[in-house]
Design a protein around this ligand. Structure first.
Ligand code: ATP
Ligand code: MG
Length: 254
């Protein structure tokens, strides 16, 4: 048991959830490595939702509410870390969930679907009868009514290749990725540089607030959004944190 008083309690508990996901056959072993990379970047952005992340989370909420066919993609890490929160977001913005794995096996897809159903998910795309254009083999499989025909897709922790392919298909791709330098972060339409455990509840909160707005008002919210600015704000945050680290704790690098 990790005591609540531990200064890194949240980070350690998140790790436990991912390990549990691997043990239950929901998360891939590669997912452990992805989580480690995420943790490193989370450390650098200060383990908080920065102003830039909050702004992108608000845009994401507005895009999901404006969408004709929004879909929330669920991978093995997301299913282990925030299954309930993803179901809740789907209900608020009327977006079905679709299990979409990079290291795809039908067994793991079925396990995640079962897991989501057991937590109350009602609206799930479960077919795998279409392929993402320009991507090869198993990882390209999607539901023809789901991600394949979606206009807006939320992809927590997507791979760079697939993110690009979805953008090339003309979709608005909202990525959650703690690494502002990854190809996913650079290629998505809206990049949320935040930990998925903070990002999803934040998007739900904004969606709840924006839900009453008319279409034109939502369009005003997203108008002029500049994803490059979001990314440079995240990189600036890392730089500032490193500068203060060096100033306060370490001898400056020469
Ligand atoms: P890309 O293919 O986009 O260049 P990558 O190959 O470096 O990225 P992947 O292994 O494909 O990375 O995906 C893992 C990504 O997910 C990493 O960029 C990591 O920062 C991010 N990530 C991992 N855990 C979390 C988390 N809990 N919240 C948000 N992002 C996370
Ligand atoms: Mg990758």
């Amino acid at each position: 048991m990790i005591p609540k008083s531990h200064p890194r309690f949240v980070s350690l508990m998140t790790r436990e959830l991912i390990i549990e996901g691997v043990k239950n056959g929901i998360t891939s072993t590669q997912g452990l490595i992805a989580q480690g990379r995420g943790e490193a970047f989370d450390y650098l952005i200060g383990e908080k939702s920065t102003d830039g992340a909050l702004a992108a989370e608000k845009i994401a909420a507005a895009e999901l509410l404006l969408a004709r066919r929004p879909v929330i993609s669920v991978n093995g890490n997301a299913a282990a870390l925030v299954p309930g929160e993803l179901i809740r977001l789907g209900e608020i913005v009327n977006a079905p969930l679709e299990v979409n794995l990079f290291h795809r096996t039908q067994e793991r897809v079925d396990k995640i679907i079962k897991h989501l159903h057991s937590l109350g998910a009602q609206n799930l795309y479960t077919k795998s009868d279409a392929l993402i254009t320009g991507i090869e083999h198993e990882r390209a499989k999607v539901d023809s009514d789901g991600i394949f025909s979606a206009d807006v897709v939320l992809v927590p922790l997507e791979d760079g290749d697939r993110c690009k392919a979805l953008v090339d298909m003309g979709k608005t791709v909202i990525a959650i990725d703690l690494n502002p330098l990854s190809r996913t972060a650079q290629g998505a339409t809206v990049t949320i540089v935040d930990n998925i455990i903070r990002a999803v509840p934040n998007i739900s909160k904004f969606a709840g607030e924006l839900k009453g707005l008319r279409k034109e008002e939502l369009q005003e919210v997203v108008m002029g959004y500049d994803n490059k600015k979001t990314l440079s704000l995240a990189i600036d945050e890392v730089k500032t944190n490193l500068d203060s680290f060096f100033a306060n704790r370490y001898i400056s690098p020469q």
